[in-house]
Design a protein. Structure first.
Length: 395
């Protein structure tokens, strides 16, 4: 092994970012999965990455050996003070989800979860901060907490009946809440289940029911019945923070104990929230038409003709529903799309300008700086963490 720093990993979830980054740094990585729960003999490593609870036998044994332990946890734990824990910022995720729906003009939002998760440190920050922030932004927050069947029933029957019961509860709740509504939930899988219930009730996604999951697992989000938007927990960002702390330890610097909260990477926008909420069908159709034709040289008359509505009537409806006019919405969406391309691609501003409907890069540059207070290049550098994602991300 020579003089290479040695680190152990015991990670049940995706360990690739940790392993690849450690190898890039010239470290020797040993996966404890090969030792079936037993620690290898020989000198203690420089440190270990784990995802178990801080009071687990593995962590206790590692700490007893004087090993620097960095835990990538799903939520905080009372024993986190004994080691360094990297925790996703769920309160930040709840806040981000509320702001995402408010930016899209939703006046009603909702959160869906199981009764066993109320008070759970994994879910409570998501739900509580989401609802509180939504109310601060002028939205009405609704909530569905599932009812459960008698747990004394046969387990197989209970699972089947509980699924049917919960889908029926979802259907009733979706029909009862005001629409359009933006719904946030604690996982990408649950967002997919809500999508099925909404479609079964003939509700349009995202026009009537917009859905936002939590986690950002791309395979789950793109294989759901509707492509799902999600708050991306930022697993690679969590791993990078863990690696930086281990670097400090390897270099002889003190590593703080306790929990370090890492905010999510942003909202990955897909079909399930790609909308501006409006109760006026003409406005909703006009917004969709503009969003689908960003590269066209559209006039207000073109948009009005596309939705068969008189220009003045449509303009008045826009101001009443979303607070600005048709041209302002077209410019807002074009700049939003420009931001997405700056974050997720390496296209130049000259490439991007015609892709979002601007005739010249200079005009786009001027509007961008006026709107965001920085150049497109500065924006790209400030948001470099999310580049390479195949989907649009906002933060």
């Amino acid at each position: 092994m020579g003089d290479k720093p040695v680190v152990w990993v015991s990670l049940g979830r995706d360990k690739r970012p940790i392993v690849e980054r450690a190898r890039d740094l010239g470290w020797r990585v040993i996966d404890l999965a090969f030792y079936r729960g037993n620690l290898p003999s020989g000198p203690a490593p420089h440190g270990a990455f784990v995802d178990t609870l801080p009071d687990s036998p593995l962590v206790t044994d590692l700490l007893a050996r004087g090993c620097c332990v960095i835990r990538l946890g799903r939520f905080e734990h009372a024993a986190d003070g004994t080691l360094t824990s990297i925790i996703p910022g769920r309160a930040d995720a709840g806040r981000l989800a509320a702001e995402h729906f408010a930016d899209r003009k939703f006046q009603h939002v909702g959160f869906v979860c199981y009764p066993t998760l109320i008070g759970n440190p994994y879910v409570s920050p998501l739900r509580d901060v989401f609802c509180a922030r939504a109310r601060e932004l002028g939205c009405e927050a609704h909530s569905l907490v599932f009812e459960d069947l008698d747990p004394r029933k046969d387990a197989e029957m209970l699972a089947s009946e509980t699924h049917l019961l919960r889908q029926a509860q979802l259907a009733r709740w979706l029909q009862s809440v005001p629409k359009p509504i933006g719904i946030f939930t604690f996982s990408d899988n649950m967002a997919g289940r809500i999508a099925i219930a909404a479609l079964d009730e003939a509700l349009e996604i995202p026009k009537q029911v917009a859905l936002l999951g939590y986690g950002g697992d791309r395979a789950t989000c793109v294989s759901a019945p509707v492509l799902l938007s999600a708050v991306d927990v930022g697993h690679e960002r969590l791993c990078e923070v863990a690696i930086r702390l281990m670097q400090d330890h390897v270099n002889g610097k003190a590593v703080p104990s306790g929990a370090t909260y890492v905010p999510p990477s942003g909202v990955v926008i897909r079909e399930s929230t790609d909308v501006l909420a409006s109760t006026d069908p003409a406005v909703a159709d006009a917004i969709r038409y503009m969003w689908d034709h960003l590269t066209a040289d559209l006039s207000v008359d073109d948009v009005a003709a596309a939705v068969s509505t008189p220009r003045r009537k449509l303009e008045r409806a826009f101001h009443a529903q979303i607070g600005h006019g048709i041209n302002a919405e077209l410019q807002r969406r074009r700049l939003e799309r420009c931001c997405e391309l700056l974050r997720t691609t390496t296209f130049t501003i000259a490439d991007i300008a015609p892709m979002v409907g601007f005739r010249s890069k200079d005009y786009l540059h001027t509007l961008f700086r006026r709107r965001f207070g920085m150049t497109p290049r500065a924006y790209r550098l400030a948001n470099a963490d999310s580049r390479g994602n195949a989907d649009a991300t906002t933060s």
